[in-house]
Design a protein around this ligand. Structure first.
Ligand SMILES: Cc1ncc(COP(=O)(O)O)c(C=O)c1O
Length: 398
């Protein structure tokens, strides 16, 4: 056996955490790290949130799993609450984002099938997209680095340049079923579709009989300051995949659909063993209790502004390190003026955790419960890292 017993698929940082408290992670040795990675936008309510801990413990004492052969009251309740809070009429629960996307893609194809268009199965996606690591979702994401060596790319996905709506229109063929996008790309480098583009895509789908699918796995559940990012544009999709933040750290996802879009999803055509199990549903309901509380999202918006302004001022001070600040709400990106891996390493040296993304960006995704003090502390650490990097650049130039 070479190295560890684990697949070598992750380039893991040499850090192991033992516990977490709010926006902080603590190693076995007691070193504290400010966690602005939040498990890649998963720990929406930080670590050890008392309401989530209580909900999980309470459910764990009662019942863990029964399968979808039976009614699961917590699932029914979470489904109803998601329907109440969104465009959707129907929900299918999954264990992950990729499975939520698979469900959305299958639902779109099935809709076309049952409405007399079995020839429509293709989905248009945008460059820089990330929709997961299953065979279909790597094809949807279209990134060579994730497709290479895994055999023929699953058929049915056509990609156009980021935010090129004219190209999307031209790419529509008689076989097109849907258009799929993240309103705010995460892995692609914190790139938002202009609100106008989302409106145009909605019109395009309506006029051509296509379904519009939003992937809000990363940007949903309050991340951008609204429950879902697309709400800023005032348009709604036909289908939406969510995951990450809805579980607050418990693995879960969901595909949300209008009644019309879900027409083809009749008994037996799709399924899951674990999706929507009582433990996940207890936590999902607890996350919604907090995120839907009066004033919670207003506070996210207030903190996001504070953070973004602070980031902009660090960027002004160190243009040789930071080119630009981008993103919405608490889904922010630093476009780096040097390799983002170097910047990420310098942040980690300051015990500030962040996540590299495409387009030479570092993502900052603090828990939505981050405090003002945590934000100031994060900015202080970022400034120290930027200062050190800037001095190193100056010294190298001499
Ligand atoms: C936008 C988006 N879609 C889908 C996925 C896949 O989710 P999962 O890793 O839970 O399968 C991710 C994960 O990073 C994501 O960011």
């Amino acid at each position: 056996m070479s190295g560890s017993a684990l697949y070598e698929t992750f380039a893991r940082a040499p850090l192991a955490f033992e516990r977490g408290e709010g926006s902080w992670l603590v190693t076995e040795k007691g070193d504290r790290y400010l966690d602005f990675a939040a498990g890649i936008a998963v720990n929406s309510l930080g670590h050890g949130h008392p309401h989530l801990v209580a909900a999980l413990k309470d459910q764990a004492e009662k019942l863990w799993h029964v399968s979808n052969l039976y009614e699961i009251p917590g699932q029914r309740r979470l489904g109803e609450r998601l329907v109440e809070a969104t465009f959707a009429d129907k929900v299918f629960f999954t264990n992950s984002g990729a499975e939520a996307l698979e469900c959305a893609i299958k639902t779109a194809r099935r809709y076309q099938f049952v409405t007399g268009h079995p020839e429509r199965f293709r989905v248009i996606t945008f460059e820089g997209a990330f929709h997961g690591r299953t065979l279909a979702t790597i094809a949807a994401g279209g990134q060579y680095k994730y497709l290479e060596g895994f055999g023929p790319k699953v058929d049915g996905f056509d990609q156009v340049p980021f935010d090129d709506i004219d190209a999307a229109e031209k790419a529509i063929t008689p076989e097109t079923a849907a258009i799929l996008l993240e309103p705010l790309q995460g892995e692609g480098g914190i790139r938002s579709f202009p609100l106008q583009s989302l409106k145009r895509l909605r019109q395009l789908c309506d006029s051509r009989g296509l379904l519009l699918i939003f992937d809000e796995v990363q940007c949903g559940i309050g991340r951008t300051g609204k429950l879902f990012a697309h709400e800023w544009a005032g348009v709604t999709p036909d289908l939406m995949a969510i995951a990450k933040g809805i579980g607050g750290g418990f693995p879960m996802g969901a595909c949300l659909a209008t009644d019309e879009a879900a027409r083809g999803m009749t008994a037996g055509v799709h399924g899951t063993t674990f999706g929507g199990n009582p433990l996940a549903m207890a936590v999902g309901n607890a996350v919604l209790d907090v995120v839907l509380e009066d004033g919670f999202l207003d506070d996210v918006n207030r903190k996001a502004l504070l953070f973004k302004q602070g980031l902009a001022s660090v960027a002004d001070e160190y243009p040789d390190v930071i080119e630009d600040i981008r993103g919405d709400g608490l889904m922010l990106g630093i476009k780096c003026a040097m390799p983002n891996g170097t910047v990420n390493g310098a942040l980690r040296d300051q015990h500030l955790l962040a996540v590299p993304a495409g387009d030479n960006v570092i993502r900052l995704l603090p828990p939505l419960t981050v405090t003002d003090a945590d934000i100031h502390e994060g900015l202080k650490r970022l400034r120290s890292a930027a200062k050190g990097l800037s001095e190193a650049v100056a010294a190298a130039a001499k």
